[in-house]
Design a protein around this ligand. Structure first.
Ligand code: X8Z
Ligand code: ZN
Length: 605
């Protein structure tokens, strides 16, 4: 499985056989282990993780930038070693459960137990099988293609088609063909669930979902309640946006394609998963409120290429006082899609050696969405670099939502004023255009919220056995209808496997982090603007160039995961709770507009 920056423990660790050494050398049998032995164990784990992490990262990098028979073989082998060692260590760590140890050692022991995204049982056959299954799933997604218009279209270009086509029959065709790529993944997926759950149980968790929910400094059940509480805060905003966009789509496509009392057809929203609707901004745009910052047009008109986009993103971080990216970033990153080989196009950020070998891997196109994604990925890189002095087990986000929120928080500062400062626009639109500006933001930021929430709600049900292969697809659409208010463009059957048409499901990357990030992003941003003494409308605040904000931000990033996330959050925002009120405040002027627009419409589905 390809290394994702935060799957550290999955792709971390050392040589086979090492754990046996630990088991016998650390303490004599039948004697309670001591605190000193716990500390020695933790130190050993960190040393071994550091070594194997670098090796695994390099193998995963070569795989993700050159998928072929041999790199798949190599990545399966290294995943096997990583899983084996991580599971052995996690089981070993349980021996120290009852003993009194210093706080940082306890925290590290917890991380050793919780940090494996997908464990296997301690059975070499199953460890190997899991590695093969996950590698197959990941490769099937990234090398998937559809036939369209007489051409073979690779995965990343199917996304572009969904953004740009406007003919419902063509949209349905692309959507249906891409989802057909996922159908054959179901058997492997079901096997992955079985093995992963068996592994999670050996570690003492009810299932993989409970293991994932245990990584937030609270119990798994408390975390579920926390996500529902946050959704409750932002749902009214989403409901208003949904109502308005459905009405606009109805204006364009008519009652037959967009009935006003039904969920919206998922292929009409400008995105394969209907997760962000920025590509159909023009449809929802309020009259006479064009802020004139259509980056799709401006970036091209100004002759930006992918490198220039990345340089621009870097420039934001350096303006805050962060050091520039290292020369190796430019030499080793994959910024453009190679022409002659299969790669994982889905964007990611990498830290290969925990020193300074940071990189991004993207198939960058020159458009607004990629401009955003570049800032997102660089956020990961600057976070990775900020916490590199922490001990190995703390070199990760305060929680995984923090890691996803950093670059997105920066991107909120891409205001018209900022675009003028860097020469992308000539005049800053006046405040009469703000509702247009906010609509553009909401079409990605707000539209994403229910999708961000439901992907792992689905996986939690799958891992808990509430959904079986026979009901995987039905369960998926139940959630998509309930939370997003969307429906498939063509009839689905129990044989379809639509969830795996999304990267993170095929690749096994947890997703609730993106929902949390969407909340935290605005919370961080508001705190930064408040600390600058910003008095204007929140969405007009840019902290570009603020060394004070930069220093405070850096202090939070440098903590990594060394402290419970509420402590990190408190240092930067003054609050110990994740809180949707910042995103609600940000969009307040739009909410007024949407309520007015929707007042005689019947909302809901
Ligand atoms: O996967 C990503 C990043 C890589 S961590 C590009 N995102 C989610 C997605 O694409 O589904 C960012 C937003 C949500
Ligand atoms: Zn990310």
């Amino acid at each position: 499985m390809p290394l994702h920056f935060s799957q550290r423990l999955l792709a971390t660790t050392a040589a086979i056989g090492f754990s046996a050494l630990i088991a016998t050398s650390c303490f004599a049998q039948n004697q309670a282990p001591t605190a000193a032995e716990a500390s020695a164990f933790v130190a050993k784990v960190e040393q071994e993780f550091t070594a194997l992490n670098e090796e695994a990262s390099r193998v995963n990098w070569v795989y993700a930038t050159y998928i072929n028979h041999d790199t798949q073989w190599l990545v399966a082998k290294i995943s096997e070693r990583v899983t084996k060692l991580a599971v052995d260590f996690a089981i070993e760590a349980k021996k120290y459960n009852g003993i009194k140890v210093p706080g940082d050692v306890r925290r590290k022991l917890d991380f050793i137990k919780q940090g494996i995204t997908l464990p296997a049982p301690q059975d070499p056959k199953l460890v190997a099988e899991l590695a093969e299954v996950t590698t197959r799933l990941s490769s099937a997604y990234s090398t998937g293609k559809i036939d369209f218009g007489g051409k073979s279209v690779p995965q990343n270009e199917t996304e572009v088609l969904m953004q740009t086509l406007r003919e419902p029959a063509q949209l349905a065709e692309v959507w249906t063909k891409w989802h057909a790529v996922a159908k054959p993944m179901k058997a492997d997926y079901a096997r992955m669930v079985e093995i992963g759950n068996a592994g999670a149980r050996e570690l003492g968790y009810a299932d993989v979902g409970a293991l994932w929910r245990s990584g937030y400094d609270m119990t798994p059940d408390e975390f579920t309640a926390e996500t529902d509480r946050l959704w409750g805060q932002v749902k009214p905003l989403y409901d208003q946006l949904h109502c308005h966009v459905r009405a606009k789509l109805n204006d364009k496509y008519g009652n037959e394609i967009v009935p006003l009392d039904q969920p919206i057809r998922a292929d009409l929203l400008g995105n394969m998963w209907a997760q962000e609707w920025g590509a159909i901004d023009d449809l929802a745009a309020p009259k006479n409120a064009d802020p004139g910052i259509d980056l799709n047009k401006i970036l091209k008109a100004k002759g930006y290429d992918p490198i220039k986009i990345v340089k621009t993103g870097e420039g934001f971080f350096t303006s805050l006082g962060f050091d520039p990216l290292p020369q190796t970033f430019w030499e080793r990153s994959q910024i453009l899609k190679p022409r002659d080989r299969e790669v994982v196009c889905h964007a990611s950020a990498w830290d290969l050696d925990d020193k300074d070998d940071i990189r991004i891997k993207m198939c960058t196109q020159v458009d607004a969405e990629n401009f955003q994604t570049v800032h997102h990925e660089l956020g990961h890189n600057f976070y990775q670099r900020a916490y590199k002095a922490q001990p190995q087990l703390f070199r990760t986000g305060a929680n995984d939502g923090f890691h996803e929120a950093i670059g997105d928080m920066i991107a909120l500062s891409i205001t018209p004023e900022y675009l003028k400062q860097i020469g992308l626009i000539d005049t800053v639109p006046d405040s009469s255009k703000d509702v247009g500006l906010l609509m553009q933001r909401a079409m990605s930021g707000v539209a994403f919220l229910p999708f961000g929430l439901l992907v792992d709600k689905w996986r939690w049900q799958v891992f808990a056995g509430q959904l079986t292969p026979a009901t995987y697809n039905e369960g998926w659409w139940k959630l998509r209808t309930q939370y997003q208010g969307v429906r498939p463009p063509v009839a689905r059957t129990a044989d379809d496997f639509d969830p795996a048409a999304k990267f993170h499901i095929a690749d096994g990357t947890p997703y609730m982090r993106y929902f949390l990030a969407r909340i935290l992003q605005y919370q961080f941003y508001k705190a930064a603007c408040d600390s600058m003494g910003w008095k204007g409308p929140l969405h007009r605040c840019s902290f570009y160039g603020s060394k004070e904000v930069g220093a405070k931000f850096k202090a939070m990033l440098e903590l990594g995961a060394s402290q419970p996330w509420p402590d990190a959050l408190e240092k930067f925002t003054g609050s110990r709770k994740m809180d949707g009120s910042a995103i609600v405040a940000y969009f307040e002027p739009l909410m007024v507009y949407l309520r007015e627009q929707n007042k005689s419409r019947k909302c809901g589905w």
